[in-house]
Design a protein around this ligand. Structure first.
Ligand code: NAD
Ligand code: ZN
Length: 344
């Protein structure tokens, strides 16, 4: 089968031919109907050799949807031909976190050698993918696979971050979204769908700010050295009740701290490598800083329900698997509008 793999440090993704995998006991094979490209793929492909902690070659793709095509021994209750979204942050399945569906916070996964598809296990950017357990499949129903696939990360991750700050997002409040890329443009829609907050979106690119307006941001601000003043102005000097930083680099973390209100929240979602000092005289009184990771199984169901009712949708750039390298190059340059999706 064809697969998009990271094979050699520093060399970027490659489209290759590999053996089609067979499901082992308890496993399920999906024929992939769509796979999304995430900036986290570049995070790991940009790591120097001494920091790279994933297997090689690695089949990419931690956003995946597909149709069940083969069942391993002992799998029951999953229908061949059924269309499913893959819940990616696989955990041990047994601990307290996993019991409540928060496998993204399983404390045992890493030591047990359990890794998400595309971020350790073979991912979905291929014609077929193996799913370790049926609990990681969420029925898509009649949702379109290509339009929906990125909700498994670019939807789920902002949803998890935003719902954890929901009590801050009352009518009259302000939410700041920094970085209107794959995650951010869905984040804006989620805030609009589930809260009464006013949304101020920031990005370095005018095209991304246009997209922000299109998906429901009330105000847009270019993310430069004047951005904090502009956000303060737009909030009557008070700052934002919740800041969602989908970049996480030093300039955006400094910006987050400069615009958060007293008793506000900063959720650092982007993994851009910056740090944010907290404590008295560093952040406003009562402000909380958190770095949430991906989301829970039940939250993925909720995000899919938001898509079903039409209040959240992904702006998709569609690519064939042969064009995946080109799509990754565009993502690296920051010129994807919304999310790039590969259709194998
Ligand atoms: P993306 O490339 O699609 O979007 C990033 C956006 O940020 C782009 O629109 C870009 O123009 C903008 N940007 C860059 N520098 C900026 C600045 N200084 N100020 C404002 N905007 C700026 O990336 P993505 O796939 O949406 O991922 C966003 C981040 O979230 C990445 O760091 C990714 O690795 C991370 N991520 C984290 C999790 C998690 O669980 N915490 C999950 C998925 C992705
Ligand atoms: Zn991701």
């Amino acid at each position: 089968m064809k697969a998009v793999q990271y094979r050699e440090i520093g060399k970027g993704p490659e489209v290759v031919e590999i053996d089609t995998p067979e499901p082992g006991p308890g496993q399920i094979r999906l024929k992939v109907t769509a796979a999304g490209l995430c900036h986290s793929d570049w995070f790991l492909m940009d790591l120097p050799e001494e920091q790279y902690a994933y297997p090689l070659p690695l089949t990419l793709g931690h956003e995946g949807v597909g149709v069940v095509d083969m069942l391993g021994d002992g799998v029951e209750g999953v229908e061949i031909g059924g269309s499913y979204a893959i819940y990616g942050p696989w955990g041990c399945g047994q601990c307290h976190a996993c019991s409540k569906g928060a496998e993204n916070y399983c404390p045992y996964a890493a030591e047990m050698g359990i890794a998400p598809p595309g971020l350790g296990a073979p991912g979905a950017m291929a014609e077929y993918v193996i799913i370790d357990d049926k609990r990681h499949l969420i029925p898509l129903g009649d949702l379109d696979p290509v339009e929906t696939v990125s909700l498994t990360d670019a939807g789920l991750t902002p949803y998890h971050a935003i719902t954890a700050a929901e009590h801050k997002l009352r009518p009259g409040s302000t939410a700041v979204v920094i970085g209107v890329g794959g995650l951010g443009h869905v984040g804006v829609q989620i805030i609009r769908a589930i809260s009464g907050a006013k949304v101020i979106a920031l990005d370095v690119s005018d095209e991304k700010l246009e997209l922000a307006t299109e998906v429901g941001a009330h105000h847009t601000v270019i993310s430069d050295e004047n951005a904090a003043d502009r956000v303060r102005e737009l909030t009557g000097g008070l700052g934002a009740d919740a800041v969602f930083d989908f970049v996480g680099m030093q300039p955006t973390l400094d910006l987050s701290r400069a615009v958060v209100a007293v008793d506000g929240y900063i959720h650092i979602v982007g993994i851009g490598g910056g740090t944010l000092a907290t404590g008295f005289f560093s952040t406003p009184f009562g402000a909380a800083v958190r770095a949430p990771y991906w989301g829970t199984r039940s939250e993925l169901r909720e995000v899919l329900d938001l898509a079903r009712e039409g209040s959240v949708g992904v702006h998709v750039e569609r690519y064939s698997i042969d064009d995946a390298v080109e799509a990754y190059a565009k993502l690296h340059k920051g010129t994807v509008r919304g999310r790039a999706v590969v259709v194998p």
